[in-house]
Each structure stands twice: as structure tokens, then as C-alpha cells.
Design a protein around this ligand. Structure first.
Ligand code: B3K
Ligand code: ZN
Length: 885
């Protein structure tokens, strides 16, 4: 039994190399003797040769395992009867079917990567997706091997009274040595990435859910006892999600119990392990005093997302990791629909698109650009991206637009019934939609294989004599790494036409005999260029395109300020009203950036102020929408619109615009603030959230006037706040103002909330994104604060991640101090937690968009990282892709 050296360079895995597994597993029986320093894992696998395999040897994955013994059909194997490398175990000779017994030892408390079995606080827990199960035992750790698991957990009864695993609880007992055991059985075959176990001394809040067929399901949330009062919201969200999936997708839950466990140390938001979801505590715990509206909102959506995976991911899973978007894109679409139904659909769409444009468009335009179904990867953890998730959701959303809601439901019904219990591909998903709707989606599938954000060029020409509007749509898509040329996409373009008074105009094409009786219609662009002729138009219409953001594309449509202002006031589609406002702001602010660069006077057109004033004063618009329409595009998003991003100019212009709006609309902000600032018992609902968000936008502008009275008002709000939304909004504003009040506010906040991890992370973030010149100095000091640990991913994201991504003016400081800081932190982190380290590299994604000096400094920092010894595959892959020409 030789352990060969690991390959010098991380290896590439390719979709084209996919082969069916050589061996399948019917049943798995695992026994864990749990202990934080050394856990003994005994596994029994009933395996058989796969008739569809290649007939190769039996190879199992395994990493960081101490092998104790191997037995084949009851006979212990000698060292020369198997071969080991650092990450595999190979059995050259096995019968057609056999039982394999393997005993290994693992060390949870040395596991800082938080993959496999690890220790978080006093909890032992697991994270297996994508390839963490191989850190627990030897196994064919790939999603197309699905098996029925029975798991027995044995542990000290006092230290770990709760022992949880997937499925239903089968049996339990006490042992004489003070240990106890619990056995779990999951009847649904699953891939190893969905395996989970938890051991802990936890508070458990229970509830019940009756499914559509009348079965009783026990719902349980497990949290550290001190968080016993923060479970209600997640539990409510879970019940809403279970009911919603029955109503909207016809999906019913399939076990006797559904459990959620909150842990403090977690690499991402949450994990959909079958029947036993494990959550980052920040994505599940909420009380009005400690969680903001945004937190409540996110929790509802993540609880929904993980629950929805029970069908889109678990019952029907991925054949291989190239198909990741099969479950993630679809499940994100499902959680977005759920949130839209539970809250405000318009606000949900705006926020989703805002995120897609600021994060995914940047990814698609940078060195890590990849298709929704990638062709290759080095480290799969690097591909849990906004492209796989958010763009993937847009792609499935376009299928829904093309088929209509009923056709889409027929398609998903067929998909679930056809593939239940299988591991499938994105092609299988599209095929089910095609078959249920008698559609040919061959060309549509380019959305899965081609990377990059398509550009949609729109031109409109009105002929008054003929009463015809010619609308020409053209598409192109920039080159991305490995894909110099692109074929045309299928782009659904929802659009409408408006009269000068804002009324909808008819949407009849010259090819049609009757008028279309809707204010929005969907044009499908399939060629590089197509012209649509609308007839019977007695006046020149104003065109509203890409309503509801019907495709993930960048629209290039030349419109003057007046037209954008008109659409901002009159579009029938609330998404497009908001979007017209954003385009107007961007157009104006980019012009001001040019003025700033050439030392000219900054000119803020009256029409913008006038429009914003109307929005602010219009009681008929949902306050949540008003809040969003009054919010300026972020510095990062403005930077992404420039050929060479000028961080300082953008920062100065944005600040100036904010101050000007504040001065001009001061009276309006004042009136609305006062009207909205009413004492009420906190509730999480769309209407209260809308009020708080507009109120705090108003306060932000009032503070921007620089009037000391407003500082007093802000302090008063903080003092009186009975909820974290209002308190944190106040603190954020205070922190951007120099002076003793700022230090006092920060100190008081910490003193009050130091016992609460989620709130302390907010305190770190507020300082990380602060506008003041000493931001980096502070961030560095906070690294040494007792509240901060480099081993805790939430701390890292709250402080380092937020500084580097959301404080552009300081991260991009001319002297390169921000870049050097990030490079140092990444190298430290890489030794502890490669996944978290690799994520932080994302702050360098757009490094080629900055001026030559900054590019040189960023390149130097990236090269320092690339040149370091023993990089993880995670960091290696991203840093080398960033540096590639
Ligand atoms: N499926 C998990 C993500 C796992 C990430 C592994 N590095 C959470 C989710 O998308 O629901
Ligand atoms: Zn997911």
C-alpha cells in the first residue's frame, strides 16, 4: 500500500471526460464513534459493477483519512491487495458484487477548512458538497452514485445529547460507558454530497406541518441554547415554503421529520442535506432587536431555497458537477418566485436584477467568465458562482417566459416525474420542458454553453405617414476566455409602447391580422438582427423594452434624459420605471465624472431633481419602490460602466449628487421621514419593510445635508429604535461622519451587542465600509479585536470581504495599500480555509479595468499570491486565471 505523491500542479477536470461510474452502491451503513479530536468511522458498502461502466478497477476517493482496516466480503485485505494515493483507494480485484468494510480515523478539531466533519463551537457537524464526503470515509464521491444510507452515531451522552443524521430516526440506546447511540435511516437514495450529521447540546424548537396528502411532518430547528428566542422566523418561513412548493410546483415533503441546525462556522449560507439542513447561524437566527429587515428577508429566502432543493437537487440530482446549475439555477428561480409571492414581486425583481447586474455581469466580463454549464474546472468549489446561481436562474426564468406559466409547470411536472431518483443533466431538464410543450429549444441551449453577457442594441424609427414603428433588435456577445466567437442566443424581449400621456398603445405587428390585447408582449429575437414593424400607431410611441428584465442582457438604447424621465414617471412596468430612473442617473453621473476629470463645473440636470421630487412626493407609489428609485447606483456599478474606472471621480461625483439631491429635496425628505417614523410593534411584512426602508433612505439624505440637527435626529432614532433595522441604519450614517459622536456610537453599539455574533459582524462591516480616511487602519486594528477570528468565515466576510468589495475608494487607494492588505490576508487564510480564501480573491476580478498604475499594483499583489508556496487548488485556479493573458 503505497501513498504516491500528489500531482505537482492541480489537475483540470473536463465535462468531455465524463464516464459513468464503474461501480454502484446499493446500501451504505456508517457507524461514527464521535469525538472532537479523533472520530472513528466504520463503513459498510454493498457495491456492484455498473453494467454501463467501463469495467475498470474499483476506485474510491478519500482525503485526510487515517486508514485502520479494509475487508472485502468479510476478509481483511493485506497491504498488497489495495493501492492508496493521497486521495484515492484502489482495489484491483473485486467480484461483480461485494461488501466492502472500511475503518478510518478523522480529526474534526484540526479541520479548519470546514469541509467534511468539523467542530464549530461545541457542535460537531459536516459539510459535504461538493467533495467533502471523501474527508469522512473512502467512497466513490460523485453525485451519480446514489445509495440508501443507514447511519449510527455514538457519542458521549452528556457532551452531545443530540445526535442527528439524514432521514428518519430508527432506534437509539444508552451504553454502559456513558455514551449513547442513535440510528438514522434515509429511504431515499442519495449522493454522498447530501450526507450530514450533527452532534451537539442544542435547544430544539418544534412545530408540525400537514402535507397536501395529509401526512404529519415534524419540524425541528436546533440552535445554541442562548438563541432560543430567534427561531420563530425561520420556522414560519419553512412552513410557508412547504405550503408554497405544494401549491406552485405540486411538490410534497417526503420524510417524517425536517430538521434545520444553526452553526456559527460555515463556508456559505446553508446546505440542503436530505432532511437535515445545516445553516450558517446568520442565515437562520432572527429577532427584531438583532436582525435587520434585510436579514429577515434573506432568511426567508434561504430557508425556502434549501427546502426547495428537496425536489430540485435531492430527489432529482446532478449527474456531475458541470450540471450544478441544474439544481442551483432552478432552485434560485424557485426561491425568487417564493419571495416574490410572500412579499412584493416588483421589489423582488428589482433587487434580483440589481444583484445580477452588479455581481454576475462583472463576473461574465472578467477572467473567470464561464458558461452556466462550464466545460472544465480545477476546483469545483470555485464554481459556486453568481453565474451558476443567478444567471442560471435567469435562464430557467426565460424558459418560463417562453412557455408561459402553465407550460412551464407542465414541463417541471414532467421533469420531476421522469427523473425522480436519478442524477441528470441540464439537457435532461430542457428536454422535459421541450417535450411537455412541443417546443424545439436547441438554439436556446446556447445559454448553457456560451459565457458572456449579450448586448442588445435597440433602435426605433417611427414613420408618421405610415403610422408604423420599426423596432430593430440586434445582438452580440463579447468574447470570453476560451470562447472568441458566439452564436446568436434566443432572447425574449418583453416590451410595450406608450403614448405621450403615458397610455398603452396597441402592439400589432404588420404580420398579424388583429390587435394584441395586452400592454406588454414578448418579441423573441433569434437572429443577430431582426426588425419588428408595429402598425396603426397614430402618434410616435415611447418604447419600453426588456420589461421585467426578460433576459440577462445589457441594453444599448440611446435615449435622452427627457425620455428616461418620462418612462420613470409613466412606464406601466414597475421594474422598468425603476430601471429608467437608474439609467437616467447613470447617464447623468457618468457625464459628471467626465466633467470632474476635466476640472469642469459639475452639472446636475434639473430634470433629474424634478423627477426625484415627484417620486418622493407621490403617495401612490409603494414606499419600497420610492426608496429604490431614490437610491443612487453603487460606486462599483458605475465603475463597471467605464472603460477605465476612475474610483476617485466616481466617489466624488456620487457624494456631490447625493448632497445636491439632499439640499433640493430637503423639505420632502423631512415630511416623509416624519410621516414614516411612527412607533409600531415590529413585524416582518412587506408594508412595514417598505416604510422602514424609505424612512432610512430619507434619513440618509437628510444627513447628507450636513445639518447638525439631522445628526441629532439620527442619534434619536438610534436611541429609540426597538429594532436592528433602524438602529443599524442610524449607526451606518453616524460612522460616515467624523467626530466624537461617531466614536461614541460605535463604542455604545459594541458594548450593547458584544455577546451577539450576528450583530458584532454588522459592527465590523459598518467600520469596514466606512467613508473615513482611516478605514484600512481600522480594519487592520479590528483583525486583532477579540471579536474577530480568522477561522470564522462570517468574521472574515464581514470585515475583510466588505472592505475589499464595498469600500472601493479605500481598497483602490493609489498607494496599493488595499491590494497588499488583501494579498496578505488571502495567503494567511489559504492555510486555514482555502474556500474562503479563494472567495476573497473576487475583489481583484475587475483589476484590468483600472488605470495603469493601479493595474500594476494589483498585478504585483496577484503575482505575490501566485508565487507563494503550497497554494490550495482553490486559490491557485483563480489567481492564475486572473493573471492569464
Ligand atoms: N448547495 C449548497 C452550496 C454548497 C457549496 C459547496 N462549496 C447551498 C445551496 O446552494 O443551497
Ligand atoms: Zn442551492
Amino acid at each position: 500500500m503505497n501513498i504516491a505523491e500528489a500531482p505537482a500542479q492541480p489537475q483540470i477536470t473536463r465535462l468531455d471526460d465524463y464516464r459513468a461510474p464503474d461501480y454502484l452502491i446499493d446500501t451504505v451503513s456508517l457507524e461514527f464513534e464521535l469525538d472532537a479530536s479523533e472520530t472513528r468511522v466504520s463503513s459498510k458498502l454493498k457495491m456492484r459493477r455498473n453494467p454501463e461502466g467501463q469495467g475498470g478497477p474499483c476506485i474510491l476517493n478519500g482525503e485526510y483519512l487515517t486508514l485502520v482496516s479494509i475487508a472485502l466480503d468479510g476478509k481483511t485485505l493485506a497491504g498488497n491487495e489495495y493501492q492508496r494515493t493521497t486521495d484515492t483507494l484502489l482495489l484491483p480485484q473485486v467480484p461483480a458484487s461485494f461488501e466492502l468494510e472500511v475503518v478510518t480515523l478523522i480529526h474534526p478539531d484540526q479541520n479548519t477548512a470546514l469541509e467534511g466533519l468539523y467542530h464549530s463551537g461545541a457542535i460537531l457537524c459536516t459539510q459535504c458538497e461538493a467533495e467533502g464526503f471523501r474527508r469522512i470515509t473512502y467512497y466513490p464521491d460523485r453525485p451519480d452514485v446514489m445509495a440508501v444510507f443507514t447511519v449510527t452515531l455514538i457519542a458521549d451522552a452528556k457532551k452531545w445529547p443530540m445526535l442527528l443524521a439524514n432521514g428518519n430516526r430508527q432506534a437509539s440506546g444508552e451504553m454502559e460507558d456513558g455514551r449513547h447511540w442513535v440510528r438514522w435511516h434515509d429511504p431515499h437514495p442519495k449522493p454522498s454530497y447530501l450526507f450530514a450529521l450533527v452532534a451537539g447540546d442544542l435547544y430544539c424548537q418544534q412545530d408540525q406541518f400537514t402535507t397536501m396528502s395529509g401526512r404529519q411532518v415534524l419540524l425541528e430547528i436546533y440552535v445554541d441554547p442562548e438563541n432560543h428566542n430567534k427561531c420563530d422566523h425561520a420556522l414560519n418561513s419553512l412552513k410557508q415554503a412547504m405550503r408554497w412548493d405544494e401549491d406552485v410546483y405540486g411538490r410534497e415533503y417526503d420524510l417524517d421529520v425536517f430538521m434545520i441546525v444553526a452553526v456559527n462556522d460555515f463556508n456559505m449560507g446553508a446546505m440542503e442535506n436530505k432532511g437535515l439542513n445545516i445553516f450558517n447561524a446568520a442565515c437562520v437566527l432572527a429577532s427584531p432587536e438583532t436582525a435587520t429587515d434585510a436579514d429577515f428577508y434573506t432568511i426567508q429566502s434561504i430557508v425556502g431555497h434549501e427546502y426547495f432543493h428537496n425536489w430540485s437537487g435531492n430527489r432529482v440530482t446532478c449527474r456531475d458537477w458541470f450540471q450544478l446549475s441544474l439544481k442551483e439555477g432552478f432552485t434560485v428561480l424557485r426561491d425568487q418566485q417564493f419571495s416574490a409571492d410572500m412579499n412584493s414581486a416588483a421589489v423582488q425583481r428589482i433587487d434580483d436584477v440589481d444583484q445580477l447586474r452588479s455581481m454576475q455581469f462583472a463576473e461574465d466580463a472578467g477572467p473567470m467568465a464561464h458558461p452556466v454549464r462550464p466545460d472544465s474546472y480545477i476546483e469545483i468549489s470555485n464554481f459556486y458562482t453568481v453565474t451558476i446561481y443567478e444567471k442560471g436562474a435567469e435562464v430557467v426564468g426565460m424558459l418560463k417566459t417562453l412557455t408561459g406559466p402553465e407550460g412551464f409547470r407542465k414541463g417541471t411536472d414532467l421533469y420531476f416525474s421522469r427523473h425522480d431518483g436519478q442524477a441528470v443533466t441540464t439537457d435532461d431538464f430542457v428536454k422535459a420542458i421541450e417535450d411537455a410543450n412541443q417546443l424545439d429549444l436547441t438554439q436556446f441551449k446556447r445559454w448553457y454553453s456560451q459565457a458572456g453577457t449579450p448586448v442588445l442594441i435597440v433602435e426605433a424609427h417611427y414613420d408618421a405617414d405610415k403610422q408604423v414603428l420599426e423596432l430593430t433588435l440586434r445582438q452580440s456577445c463579447p468574447a470570453t476566455p476560451g470562447q472568441p466567437e458566439k452564436q446568436p442566443f434566443v432572447i425574449p424581449v418583453a416590451m410595450g409602447l406608450l403614448s405621450s400621456s403615458g397610455a398603452s398603445l396597441p402592439l400589432q405587428l404588420d404580420t398579424e391580422t388583429s390587435a394584441v390585447d395586452a400592454e406588454t408582449r414578448v418579441l423573441t429575437l433569434t437572429e443577430q438582427s431582426q426588425t419588428f414593424r408595429f402598425i396603426h400607431l397614430t402618434e410616435e410611441p415611447v418604447v419600453s423594452v426588456l420589461r421585467g428584465f426578460s433576459a440577462p442582457v445589457k441594453v444599448k438604447f440611446e435615449r435622452d434624459n427627457e425620455t428616461l424621465a418620462f418612462l420613470m414617471a409613466h412606464d406601466r412596468d414597475s421594474f422598468n420605471r425603476w430601471d429608467a430612473g437608474q439609467q437616467l442617473l447613470i447617464q447623468i453621473m457618468l457625464r459628471m465624472v467626465e466633467q470632474y476629470q476635466s476640472d469642469k463645473t459639475l452639472d446636475l440636470p434639473e430634470i433629474l431633481l424634478d423627477r426625484l421630487q415627484h417620486v418622493l412626493d407621490d403617495p401612490s407609489i409603494d414606499p419600497a419602490l420610492v426608496a429604490r428609485m431614490l437610491s443612487l447606483p453603487s460606486e462599483n456599478y458605475l465603475a463597471a460602466q467605464m472603460t477605465i474606472a476612475d474610483v476617485d471621480a466616481i466617489h466624488a461625483v456620487r457624494k456631490y449628487v447625493k448632497q445636491q439631491i439632499a439640499q433640493r429635496l430637503k423639505a420632502g425628505f423631512n415630511t416623509r421621514y416624519q410621516a414614516l417614523n411612527q412607533a409600531q410593534v415590529y413585524e416582518f411584512n412587506a408594508s412595514q419593510m417598505a416604510q422602514r426602508s424609505l424612512k432610512n433612505v430619507c434619513l440618509g439624505y437628510l444627513m447628507a445635508t450636513g445639518d447638525p440637527m439631522q445628526t441629532q435626529r439620527c442619534l434619536k432614532q438610534m436611541k429609540q429604535a426597538d429594532n436592528m433595522t433602524d438602529l443599524l441604519a442610524g449607526l451606518r450614517l453616524m460612522v460616515d461622519q467624523p467626530g466624537p459622536e461617531r466614536e461614541h456610537a460605535l463604542r455604545a453599539f459594541y458594548e450593547q451587542w458584544q455577546h451577539d455574533r450576528q450583530v458584532v459582524d454588522k459592527w465590523l462591516t459598518v467600520q469596514a465600509v466606512s467613508d473615513l480616511p482611516d478605514a484600512l487602519f481600522r480594519v487592520k486594528a479590528l483583525l486583532k479585536h477579540p471579536a474577530f477570528s480568522m477561522k470564522n468565515p462570517n468574521n472574515v466576510r464581514a470585515l475583510i470581504g466588505q472592505f475589499c468589495r464595498n469600500n472601493p475608494v479605500h481598497f483602490h487607494a493609489k498607494d496599493g495599500s488595499g491590494y497588499r492588505f488583501l494579498a496578505e490576508q488571502i495567503l494567511l487564510l489559504d492555510k486555514l480555509n482555502p474556500q474562503v480564501a479563494a472567495r476573497q480573491l473576487g475583489a481583484f476580478n475587475s483589476w484590468r479595468r483600472y488605470d495603469a498604475e493601479r493595474q500594476a499594483l494589483m498585478k504585483k499583489s496577484l503575482s505575490d499570491i501566485a508565487g507563494a508556496q503550497d497554494l490550495s487548488a482553490d486559490v491557485y485556479e483563480i489567481v492564475n486565471k486572473y493573471l492569464a493573458d
